[in-house]
Design a protein around this ligand. Structure first.
Ligand SMILES: *[C@@H]1O[C@H](CO)[C@@H](O)[C@H](O)[C@H]1NC(C)=O
Ligand SMILES: *[C@@H]1O[C@H](CO)[C@@H](O)[C@H](O)[C@H]1NC(C)=O
Ligand SMILES: *[C@@H]1O[C@H](CO)[C@@H](O)[C@H](O)[C@H]1NC(C)=O
Ligand SMILES: *[C@@H]1O[C@H](CO)[C@@H](O)[C@H](O)[C@H]1NC(C)=O
Ligand SMILES: *[C@@H]1O[C@H](CO)[C@@H](O)[C@H](O)[C@H]1NC(C)=O
Length: 497
């Protein structure tokens, strides 16, 4: 009874829906509902044709290669615009066991993604939209003896995902497993960028100590997501020119280790080398390499990166900023683990909310003596009482002389020496002179831009007192008569605004 009533209600409701669809359609009004109706129709048609296609595909084929792949460059009329565009590596003869060389097969799969299907829409001027074509590695390991390159420049909206690439023993030592630079044979493309919106996802790249993992050259909006890149000799990832390569949730290490590796002293190579602008490295672990991240382009953001690539004591560097006087880099929420940060002539650099463990520290290295617009605040430093300064100056090329807007402050420091540009101290005395020595904590050796001071006097007298000297970061206050009192002094090193 109750069930019958429910069924009747459902039938009534469905009739009502059909009526609504009919009415809105007849009215010819373009309501959102109407679009939805067309959408549904299109989806039904697409579903129908996909069933027909599947029936065709399931009929036995004598050739192992899939029906949607014919030749790397089919004539426009030979293009099947309805074919699904997920190109599975094994369909092109790639060997997922990693035993035989799969270079040619994978090149064919990539070529198919490039040359099959519609290309009616454009991304940036001159970039062909591949529509989201995917090259799927099907969870296999593929050995390659040459870098995988895309067959032509000026293309975008392509994904390579889901498996492992392994460099063969004769892989070129200057090559990259995936090389996003156009082949030298390609006709110079009219596009100003080589590739746009390429996604490299869920990949393990084993460089077999020959060359590097991924190179992204003059490309736009590239994603490297959930990749594990190891055994590189040059760079794990190289980004050159172009912009917006986003490297996220990935793991890079020259040697597979979980820290305290007996061979750490010998780690070499660079995990991520950013030689371009406006890139982001987010939530990445770098577990072995001489340099974790090398940056020589502006406007890059490094966030949530854990570097334990090679300890400072063994000559390693977590993040190296090699853009003297044009830094414009933000390092946020990172974890520098026994390895530090080096910045050459920093001009506009923020390091904040990061954790420095194991006596890890920051070096400002003078090239032409510029230290401007630097903010090192709200970090934690933890060491083992070896007297190591949290921020150090490397002035073997000459002293910093162009110093402005440098703020090193509010860092929490345990087991290391604090260095700061803003300090307050007081000293009790009896006589006519009070000296507060800021030498042990101020960052720059002989620099005080600003002093505030006052004298708290015991007793009832009103002595005159004055600031006499700030040389060598020692603040001297003198009074006209001998008194007992406390001098309070606040200094600021490098704020001239
Ligand atoms: C490091 O490299 C040197 C020179 O190549 C070699 O003699 C040494 O055994 C290596 N150390 C380790 C721990 O691998
Ligand atoms: C640093 O860059 C500024 C322009 O941003 C320029 O005026 C200055 O001369 C440069 N200083 C050095 C030492 O190159
Ligand atoms: C301060 O110095 C004067 C003269 O030297 C002395 O008489 C006095 O006891 C001293 N007061 C204190 C608190 O040290
Ligand atoms: C002056 O006052 C401070 C505390 O404000 C005290 O420590 C010091 O002993 C006093 N000195 C004299 C001479 O009373
Ligand atoms: C300030 O102190 C330095 C070092 O003690 C000294 O050489 C210099 O003459 C002093 N300057 C003045 C104005 O007293």
């Amino acid at each position: 009874m109750g069930q019958n009533m429910q069924r009747n209600a459902l039938v009534l409701f469905l009739q009502f829906c059909v009526l609504i669809i009919f009415l809105t359609h007849v009215n010819g009004e373009t309501s959102p509902f109407d679009h939805h109706f067309h959408d549904q129709m299109r989806k039904m048609q697409a579903f129908k044709s996909s069933i027909i296609r599947r029936e065709l595909a399931s009929s036995p084929s004598p050739s192992p290669s899939p029906s949607y792949y014919s030749s790397p460059a089919p004539s426009p009329q030979g293009v099947d615009v309805h074919a699904p565009r997920v190109f599975e590596a094994t369909s092109f003869g790639a060997d997922p066991s990693g035993k035989s060389d799969s270079t040619a097969a994978l090149e064919k799969a990539i070529a198919a993604a490039f040359f099959q299907g519609p290309k009616e829409r454009f991304l940036m001027d001159g970039i062909t939209n591949l529509g989201g074509a995917q090259i799927h590695l099907q969870g296999g390991i593929y050995k390659i003896s040459q870098p995988l390159r895309l067959p032509a420049g000026g293309a975008g909206n392509l994904m390579i995902s889901g498996g492992t690439l392994l460099a063969s023993d004769d892989f070129p030592t200057d090559g990259y497993l995936i090389d996003l630079s156009p082949p030298s044979s390609a006709v110079a493309s009219s596009a100003s960028y080589n590739y746009e919106y390429t996604t490299l996802k869920d990949l393990m790249l084993d460089c077999n100590f020959r060359g590097g993992g991924i190179s992204v050259i003059n490309s736009l909006r590239t994603s490297i997501d959930n990749c594990y890149i190891t055994h590189f000799n040059t760079n794990g990832i190289l980004v050159q020119q172009g912009h917006e390569t986003y490297i996220r949730n990935s793991f890079l290490g020259q040697h597979i280790t979980a820290g305290a590796d007996p061979g750490e002293r010998n780690f070499s190579g660079t995990a991520i080398n950013l030689m371009g602008n406006d890139n982001a490295v987010t939530d990445v672990v770098i577990f072995s390499a001489a340099i974790g991240i090398m940056i020589s382009g502006q406007g890059n953001t490094i966030s949530g990166v854990h570097c334990y690539n090679k300890a400072t004591g063994f000559g390693g560097t977590g993040i190296y900023l090699k853009l003297p006087n044009l830094t414009q880099t933000r390092i946020l929420n990172c974890y520098l683990d026994y390895t530090g940060i080096v910045a050459e002539d920093p001009n506009q650099l923020t390091i904040t909310n990061s954790f420095f463990l194991g006596d890890a520290y920051i070096v400002l290295k003078s090239i032409n003596g510029v230290a401007k617009g630097i903010t090192i605040v709200d970090n934690m430093f933890s060491g083992s009482d070896k007297g190591i300064d949290i921020v150090q100056l490397e002035q073997s090329n000459g002293r910093f002389k162009n110093i402005d807007q440098v703020v090193v402050d509010r860092n929490s420091v345990q087991g290391m020496n604090i260095r700061t540009t803003i300090a307050k101290e007081s000293v009790q005395g009896n006589g006519t002179s009070w000296t507060v020595d800021f030498g042990p904590i101020l960052l720059f050796p002989d620099l005080i831009n600003h002093v505030q001071y006052s004298l708290s006097v015991n007793g009832t007298s009103f002595p005159s007192y004055a600031l006499r000297n700030i040389s060598g970061n020692k603040v001297v206050i003198e009074s006209d008569v001998a008194i007992s009192g406390r001098a309070f002094v606040a200094v600021n090193q490098a704020v001239t605004i």
